[in-house]
Design a protein around this ligand. Structure first.
Ligand code: DCM
Ligand code: DCM
Ligand code: DCM
Ligand code: ZN
Ligand code: ZN
Length: 268
């Protein structure tokens, strides 16, 4: 996701975490502002472009070697290479954030990675190998020449909400929280976190990746990859995708809250 998506995920989580979790996170992040998670949500994207952080670039995705649209699936053993992937990174930083042997600096880094990767793993194209997760699929969107991955990360969320400022993320999160509490997501939200368990981070993150990857077949490329290369994808493709985008952002935020609650409880 782009900054709007990541910051929205973080604001949703801020709304659901327990007060004790809030104190725990604010301590690690040294941030007591009202955007204490959201302000740290895009750090990992800055870091991966630095020389010191280059090692972390593969942690933003898992390249599922499936065959959409006819077959979608994620296989951790098959798809996570030795250099690592989103699933192994989530497991590693879940362990590190509560590792009492590590410095405050390394715990900060671990928490910032988790805030970010629990977002990225819900973006369907972050769970797909084909054409570098859609980065090599050229498309036209609302008159712009760009690529399929980018319109899922950034353009389509911004078409929905009208911008990518922190205030845009805050208002999107507020609407999604209402949808979870008393609206379109109220009956399904509990299922988004079912089975989530920090003691089985690989199993939990593999379930999140598989869930998102299924939308590659059903929603990202239902008619095959070639169908995306002709014509402007706005508005028809946008209309067919945006409900899944919003749903996936909602899941990321709700899961992040539950994950951080478990981590804070385990650290108490
Ligand atoms: N950004 C965004 N949506 C845009 C333009 C930029 O989310 N339409 C984000 C991406 C970068 C940051 O803002 O994290 C700075 O962007 P840039 O490098 O384009 O100035
Ligand atoms: N690192 C990691 N997993 C480990 C050890 C290190 O992801 N098990 C990453 C996070 C650290 C970076 O490598 O910031 C450099 O680690 P160090 O400073 O310990 O050499
Ligand atoms: N990406 C991905 N799968 C890949 C390669 C990249 O999901 N196999 C993601 C990471 C970024 C975006 O695509 O969100 C652009 O990556 P890069 O800046 O590395 O081109
Ligand atoms: Zn991306
Ligand atoms: Zn990322």
């Amino acid at each position: 996701w782009g900054s709007l998506g990541h910051e929205t995920v973080a604001y949703i989580a801020q709304d659901y975490i327990k007060d004790t979790t809030k104190s725990w996170a604010q301590g690690i992040l040294s941030d007591t502002s009202d955007s204490y998670l959201a302000s740290h949500a895009t750090w990992a994207d800055t870091y991966r472009y630095t020389a010191a952080g280059k090692y972390s670039a593969p942690y933003h995705f898992i390249d599922a070697m499936d065959s959409p649209p006819s077959s979608c699936n994620v296989d951790y053993e098959r798809d996570c290479p030795a250099e690592g992937c989103s699933i192994s990174a989530i497991a590693n930083f879940t362990q590190r954030v509560n590792d009492g042997r590590l410095s405050a600096e390394h715990k900060l880094e671990a928490l910032q990675f988790l805030i970010h990767f629990l977002g990225d793993i819900t973006q369907p194209l972050h769970d797909e190998n084909y054409k570098l997760g859609g980065n090599d699929v050229d498309v036209t969107y609302d008159g712009d020449s760009t690529n399929l991955h980018h319109i899922w990360d950034t353009n389509m969320p911004e078409s929905l909400r009208g911008g990518y400022a922190l205030t845009d993320a805050q208002s999107w999160a507020s609407d999604i929280v209402t949808d979870i509490n008393s609206g379109k997501y109220s009956s399904e939200a509990a299922s988004w976190v079912q089975g989530d368990e920090i003691s089985d981070a690989i199993g939990s993150a593999t379930r999140w990746a598989s869930d998102a990857n299924a939308y590659v077949c059903s929603t990202v490329v239902p008619n095959g990859w070639d169908s995306l290369s002709s014509g402007d994808l706005y508005p028809d493709y946008y209309k067919s995708s945006i409900d899944v985008i919003e749903l996936q952002i909602a899941k990321g935020g709700y899961r992040l809250a539950g994950w951080l609650d478990q981590l804070a409880d385990a650290d108490a």
